[in-house]
Design a protein around this ligand. Sequence first.
Ligand SMILES: C[S@@+](CC[C@H](N)C(=O)[O-])C[C@H]1O[C@@H](n2cnc3c(N)ncnc32)[C@H](O)[C@@H]1O
Length: 186
Amino acid sequence: MREFALYSRKGRTDSRFTSLREAGRLDVVHECIVASLFLSHGIRRNVVFHILLSGPPMPPLHLKIDGATLRNVRTDQETWKVILKNVLSGKFHPGVSVDKISFEALLKAKADEASIYVLEEGGKDIFKVAIGENPFFVLGDHIGLPKKVEGYALRYGEKISLIKQPYLAASCINILNYLLDRKAAI
Ligand SMILES: C[S@@+](CC[C@H](N)C(=O)[O-])C[C@H]1O[C@@H](n2cnc3c(N)ncnc32)[C@H](O)[C@@H]1O
């Protein structure tokens, strides 16, 4: 299994919004959902995408999107605005769950079963790292990971870099999926 966790510093934790961008940059979350879970005309059934929402009014909130059970989705922003609003107001959508687990508790739970990597420009070159079975990649949003959160994640994992330039979080996910797909295909 392959997992991605996006720490969204400002992402709203209720359904009272009309645009993803104005909801604490949930548009960035949408971009990362598409990058992590979608193939052309298909869903990556081996991927789980976690979002840690830390915005108002009731942080933290953990959204889990499981490719294995995800149904009734398209890639466009409007579709995901409706899905996110629904699950944030307590409605059911197949493959999407919401709970109050903290990022720290999630990482601690994953540490036993996954290899944890924190994505950061200044980390160790990914081509010098042997990515383990069941990788769990931690990424910051448009602002970046808070230092405290990064420090906590690094108790369980290592910091890796794709390149020294800062890329969009969604671009990083695309690159990671590509590298892992290639590795699996060879
Ligand atoms: C748009 S970047 C944030 C840039 C922001 N200026 C900062 O201070 O981190 C979003 C996230 O993508 C990941 N990221 C961006 N570029 C990267 C790179 N070259 N290598 C590894 N991770 C990267 C990091 O996790 C980062 O927090």
